[in-house]
Design a protein around this ligand. Structure first.
Ligand SMILES: C[S@@+](CC[C@H](N)C(=O)[O-])C[C@H]1O[C@@H](n2cnc3c(N)ncnc32)[C@H](O)[C@@H]1O
Length: 304
């Protein structure tokens, strides 16, 4: 493996460019599982190598801090060695990359629900029962990723349970999209939790845009800190995280949830599904399963 510390701009977003031979799904999944411990907050496929060498695939991973990024760099070296072609440390100029890369987004329809950026709203004003406006920014969750769409599909199907619920907990709210969808579907009270302050700021703006502030409380916290907040036990927990995170946090999730409560999880790849389910064995039964593009969403019910 070729490891290089290269570009260093003073105004900075800590990034790793990882090049792998081809597009081996299992290797990317293992890499995601290792990187998950270092708080990555966005991933982009980069085509720098595709034209010159189609057998090389490059991904750019954005981190919250240089420290996280540097530790991730060492973890890749330790765990993957020559399986990885190269890992390059980059401090990208923070020139509103999110706004630039989201500029062309259009609305996405999931059943009766449309998620739209502000500039596409007028075309959809009267075309759907539920219209959610999300300003694409630092919070993940514009409806353009399968893991979000799967959660929205499962929320639509859980509408009766949502309307009956007293409290819903949305862990890793990102743009706030799932909390907003729950409120529009008739939830009474939702707590939306996010560890990334930039994403949380985006969620708060989106919650206000959709006029659902009264029913959604936001908290800046890590999942692992949530027990300190003494929240009311949720009837439904929503979490679009990663297979690795669910395996790591299954005990915490159980402690936060309630007997017979629903746990709706997404962000699991099909190759992580069995190990993720194994982590919940004996605690939950599967109520529904949704799949798109190799991503899986599971609706689990805790035993009584
Ligand atoms: C894949 S995004 C999901 C966003 C949105 N809920 C959706 O479904 O589109 C995961 C979000 O969870 C946040 N997150 C990841 N791990 C977390 C943790 N341990 N505690 C709190 N937030 C976390 C990330 O910062 C990110 O905003």
């Amino acid at each position: 493996m070729f490891l290089a510390k290269t570009v260093s701009h003073s105004d900075r977003r800590p990034v790793l460019d990882v090049r792998l031979p081809g597009h081996p799904r299992s290797l990317w999944d293992r890499l995601d599982a290792v990187l998950d411990d270092y708080n990555p907050f966005a991933v982009e496929d980069v085509d720098i190598d595709i034209t010159s060498n189609p057998t090389v695939h490059c991904r750019r991973i954005f981190f919250f801090s240089q420290n996280d990024r540097d530790q991730a760099f060492e973890a890749i070296e330790l765990n993957f060695g020559s399986e990885v072609l190269s890992v390059t440390v980059v401090n990208l100029l923070n020139d509103n990359w999110a706004e630039r890369s989201f500029g062309n987004l259009r609305a996405v329809k999931i059943g009766d629900l449309i998620v739209t950026p502000p500039w596409d709203r007028v075309s959809h004003e009267n075309s759907s029962s539920y219209l959610i406006e999300i300003d694409p920014s630092m919070g993940f969750g514009t409806g353009h990723h399968a893991s979000t769409r799967l959660m929205l599909r499962s929320l639509l199907e859980q509408k009766p349970a949502i309307q009956k619920s007293k409290h819903i907990l949305d862990i890793g709210t990102g743009s706030g999209v799932l909390a907003i969808a729950s409120a529009l579907l008739g939830a009474n009270a939702i707590t939306a939790v996010e560890r990334d302050i930039d994403a949380l700021a985006n969620a708060r703006k989106n919650i206000a845009r959709n006029s659902v502030c009264v029913r959604i409380k936001t908290i800046h916290a890590e999942l692992s800190e949530l027990q300190n907040f003494h929240l009311p036990k949720p009837d439904i927990i929503l979490a679009n995280l990663t297979g690795a995170a669910f395996q790591k946090y299954q005990d915490l999730l159980e402690a936060l949830g309630r007997p017979s409560g629903l746990l709706m999880i997404s962000g699991v790849t099909d190759s992580e599904e069995q190990t993720t389910l194994a982590a919940f064995e004996g605690k939950c039964a599967i109520e529904s399963r949704y799949e798109e593009d190799g991503w899986v969403c599971l609706v689990l019910r805790y035993h009584c």
